[in-house]
Write a protein that binds this ligand. Structure first.
Ligand code: ZN
Ligand code: ZN
Length: 280
């Protein structure tokens, strides 16, 4: 991709994410990666929760990316943000959404890729004793995956982290118990302490690169992508439009060229079950 080749990109990341992102940018786009040594991304909120994030994930990401680009005096920046919690559709299943953003100031481009997965060890609970701690540790794949110990789930005063052995974790558990009486254990979702998340960051990075590889048919700028899904898939019985998606609108950020394409799954009719005329 000639738009990016040979240009310097800054990865606004503190938690080892550049280990998976940098080689992909170098290999796939021919970019020169400026590695972060001093940029403090924790001012935008962290997973250890010391600073609660106050913006939406995409806004946090944009702010982080732009601040990093300014810090590094780079006109391209990349940043990623994870959100963890109950899955939006699957009841009581924990989910991980990772959003990656690339900003190119030279061309005034912004590319976003997202992925939502259930492959996460995200967990948290109050632990009463060392047996419960041992069980929790096994469940969340400690010590390959990190654990945070806090005095309580939210509005906590105390966070102990970075234990890398069961002995150290027991020691932190005792310390937390002595200082506050209760211990709330939570998975550490920072990328360098969570290989499962690291894998998802790699996936979303591939997704972003795939996106950049779709050129605009009009001006050849990268990232010709879906901006809107339009409803109106006709009912197979009465032919009236339903609320289901009929076409996807692809648009270019540079020249505003857009085109509506049929559904990728090839469906041209909706089941009357979802028709508000046939099945009101
Ligand atoms: Zn275009
Ligand atoms: Zn119908």
């Amino acid at each position: 991709m000639d738009f990016f080749k040979g240009r310097t990109v800054f990865i606004a990341s503190m938690h080892g994410k550049e280990e998976v992102i940098a080689p992909l940018l170098e290999k796939e786009l021919g970019m020169l990666v400026l590695k972060n040594k001093t940029f403090d991304t924790d001012q935008f909120g962290t997973f250890s929760g010391e600073i609660e994030r106050s913006l939406s994930p995409l806004d946090t990401l944009r702010k982080k990316c732009l601040a990093g680009m300014e810090h590094a005096a780079c006109d391209i920046g990349i940043a990623t943000e994870g959100s963890f919690g109950p899955h939006p559709f699957l009841f009581s299943v924990p989910a991980h959404e990772e959003i990656m953003l690339l900003i190119d100031r030279k061309h005034e481009w912004e590319f976003v890729a997202k992925t939502l997965v259930t492959d996460t060890n995200f967990q948290g609970r109050t632990l009463d004793n060392e047996d419960a701690l041992r069980a929790f540790a096994d469940e969340v794949q400690f010590p390959s995956h990190g654990i945070l110990l806090k005095d309580q789930a939210s509005n906590f005063q105390l966070v102990l982290k970075d234990a890398d052995s069961m002995e150290e974790l027991y020691r932190q558990f005792k310390q937390c118990q002595e200082m506050s009486g209760t211990v709330y254990a939570e998975t550490d979702m920072r990328a360098m302490r969570n290989p499962t998340r690291m894998k998802v960051i790699e996936q979303v990075c591939h997704k972003l690169l795939d996106k950049l590889n779709c050129p605009c048919p009009n001006c050849h700028s990268p990232g010709f992508d879906v901006v809107e899904q339009l409803p109106g898939l006709p009912c197979s019985s009465c032919q009236m439009p339903t609320a289901s998606i009929l076409v996807e609108r692809f648009a270019c950020q540079s020249c505003q060229y857009s085109v509506d394409k049929n559904r990728r799954d090839g469906r041209t009719f909706e089941d009357p079950m979802y028709c508000s005329f046939c099945n009101p």
